[in-house]
Design a protein around this ligand. Structure first.
Ligand code: ATP
Ligand code: LTN
Length: 328
């Protein structure tokens, strides 16, 4: 029987952080054996907000390199860059023509991002979720593993697919979001009321996957906690709750055993132990990243193969869509 298909995307708007890793990428790695996978560096989404060209080029390679370093394997997964496969933009246009503006006005991420970039909000930023729907629908995707912030976009994608199928016949598979029960929303270190984010100005808020050990120690040391003492999971205490959640995810322990372990310890102990756990967890990834990018041309050739494989699927699907609409 054919395996179910997984698709997910990641932006090249900066370095990857622990939130991206725990909320998304680590699950992609775990899931890849069971499914047929497509993982895409979504550079066309990234340019919905201005990026300096040189930096963008470097960031795309860094993100792709980190996916492989984290354990995504070419044998199991197609990894490629969105702009290398033209079908994404072409399908996005078609979906634009069946998506009501009102649906996009409801997207909370657009509201947040357009507040952050008040000086210039592009049409592309508004249209961002439609391009995302095109990504997903091109590959007849069943499951979309993402962090909690993307749930609304995947639901919109389903709505667009349903509308298309209703008008033109059964063309699209209806996808479902897969959001991890723990880790779907890792919070910022200095501001644990907000999710950890690449584009956050405050650099100490996020632990980046390529941060050296000393940076990790100093960021965790500065993390916001509270004036209480007890170390336990409690959503009303976002700072401590977040540090414990990161610890739990990286050690693979149960909540209860994490709480027992820290029962007689101080916040200082928690921070020191967490820093060492983070450093050790990222070490193999950082070493693989160095190896992989040290060999000239290695990463580029993997991405080239990825684009070819993605294109052969996407192009066939797109031709079918064109015929359904009456464009062929
Ligand atoms: P930023 O937070 O800087 O805007 P983003 O959300 O645009 O970044 P992407 O790189 O596009 O980040 O996201 C890649 C994946 O990481 C998505 O599945 C997203 O849901 C997930 N993700 C992002 N931030 C977090 C977080 N703090 N906790 C859990 N998952 C996250
Ligand atoms: N909007 C997503 C990135 C993204 C994506 C996708 C995720 C673009 N296309 C398709 C899943 C499926 C984000 O994380 N900000």
């Amino acid at each position: 029987m054919d395996k179910k298909r997984v698709f997910s995307g990641i932006q090249a708007s900066g370095s990857l952080h622990l939130g991206n890793y725990l909320g998304a990428v680590s699950n992609w790695v775990k899931m890849q054996e069971e499914y047929d996978n497509y993982f895409c560096v979504v550079d066309l989404h990234t340019i919905t907000v201005y990026q300096e060209p040189k930096q963008l080029r470097a960031a795309v390679r860094e993100v792709a390199g980190l996916l492989f370093a984290a354990g995504i394997r070419e044998e199991r997964s197609v990894v490629y860059v969105q702009s290398h496969v033209r079908a994404h933009s072409e399908l996005a246009w078609i979906l634009n023509c069946i998506t009501p503006m009102g649906w996009l006005h409801r997207m909370t991420q657009f509201k947040e991002k357009s507040d952050q970039h008040k000086e210039e909000v592009s049409v592309g930023l508004f249209d961002y979720p439609v391009l995302q729907a095109a990504d997903i629908l091109l590959y007849d995707t069943h499951l979309v593993p993402v962090g909690e912030d993307q749930k609304q976009h995947v639901e919109l994608c389903r709505d667009i697919a349903q509308r298309f199928n209703f008008r033109y016949g059964d063309v699209f598979t209806l996808p479902e979001a897969f959001i991890p029960p723990v880790g779907g929303r890792v919070m910022g270190l200095t501001n644990p009321e907000k999710k950890m984010s690449k584009s956050e100005e405050k650099l100490d808020d996020a632990i980046f996957l390529l941060d050296p050990p000393d940076r990790i120690r100093s960021k965790i040391k500065k993390a916001t906690t509270d004036s209480l003492k007890e170390i336990r999971f409690d959503e009303s205490r976002p700072g401590i709750n977040n540090l414990l959640t990161i610890y739990q995810l990286l050690t693979g322990k149960e909540k209860e055993s994490v709480e027992n372990y820290f029962a007689d310890k101080s916040y200082k102990d928690l921070k020191e132990e967490l820093a060492e756990v983070v450093i050790e967890s990222l070490k193999p990834l950082q070493e693989r990243y160095k190896e992989l990018t040290g060999e000239k041309g290695y990463l580029d050739s993997m991405l080239e193969r990825g684009a070819e494989r993605a294109e052969s699927y996407a192009e066939r699907k797109l031709q079918k869509i064109y015929r359904k609409i009456g464009l062929r």
